[in-house]
Ligand binder design. Structure first.
Ligand SMILES: Cc1cc2nc3c(=O)[nH]c(=O)nc-3n(C[C@H](O)[C@H](O)[C@H](O)COP(=O)(O)O)c2cc1C
Length: 239
């Protein structure tokens, strides 16, 4: 594909077919992503990649954590506190999740994007059950056969997150270029312990997010193209 076509056709994929991703293709994509720039070439990131049975087991573990924590949320306050203390489903993310409303304009953009997605899915705003079910699909990676978990070394401070973001975009573009799809998933950063059970994560590395990867399924959800900001919103006016 031409570079511009890759750039423009990459969109978050939230329905994957069960077609296996050959290891040779995955290796090629990963090598291409490694062409990314990073601060002083430090490359302060690592990936844990779940495929096959590991992908399925991990997906089920994350899903049951999501379902358990959802149940806790719905309990009356005293019970909520007890369940939160006794349950294993409490989030154990390395980075504090942003709870509640996003600040300023970001909440508006978030809501518009979410509403647009539910519209494509035929889910009404007030249909909390259907929205929960859609949210739950995050934890089984929208049925993708490959789930990637992105870790950074926090010793490299903010540059680690910046470098990891650049690498993640290269990974997504390299995947699109081969006719496959991806969805970056902050939701996969909520529970770390299920991932630790399957991978020898080096000490000090912190989980940032995940990425579902596979062949896109014919599904209207994959045609969703949320609006990007205009140039005038991007650019800071001069004095
Ligand atoms: C760091 C990051 C985390 C994301 N987390 C999620 C997620 O947990 N679930 C999800 O469905 N989409 C997630 N997305 C996808 C965004 O919603 C998506 O990129 C945005 O709406 C723009 O759409 P596009 O990727 O199709 O251009 C995430 C994207 C990024 C970059």
């Amino acid at each position: 594909m031409d570079f511009i076509d890759v750039l423009k056709s990459r969109r978050s994929i939230r329905a994957f077919s069960d077609k296996k991703v050959e290891q040779s293709i995955l290796d090629e994509i990963l090598r291409e992503a490694l062409e990314s720039p990073s601060s002083s070439n430090t490359q302060p990131y690592k990936l844990a990649i779940a495929t096959g049975e590991t992908c399925k087991t991990l997906g089920q573990a994350l899903l049951s954590n999501y379902q358990a924590s959802n149940k806790i949320q719905k309990q009356p306050l005293p019970l909520k506190v007890i369940s939160a203390i006794t349950s294993n489903a409490l989030p154990d993310s390395d980075f504090k999740p942003m709870l509640g409303k996003y600040p300023g304009i970001f909440q508006k953009r978030r809501t518009e994007t979410g509403m647009g997605l539910y519209e494509v899915l035929g889910i009404e705003r007030k249909d909390k059950k259907a929205r929960d079910e859609q949210m739950a699909r995050n934890f089984t990676f929208f049925d993708a056969p490959v789930a990637i978990f992105l870790f950074i070394h926090p010793g490299m401070k903010h540059t680690a997150l910046l470098d990891a973001g650049i690498m993640l975009q290269s990974l997504m573009l390299a995947t699109t270029n081969k006719g496959l799809g991806t969805c970056a998933q902050g939701a996969l950063g909520i529970w770390r312990s299920p991932i630790d059970k399957h991978f020898m994560i080096p000490k000090d590395y912190k989980l940032v997010c995940g990425l579902a990867l596979g062949y896109p399924e014919e599904n209207s959800v994959n045609s969703y193209r949320p609006k990007k900001i205009d140039l005038d919103e991007l650019l800071i006016p001069s004095k």
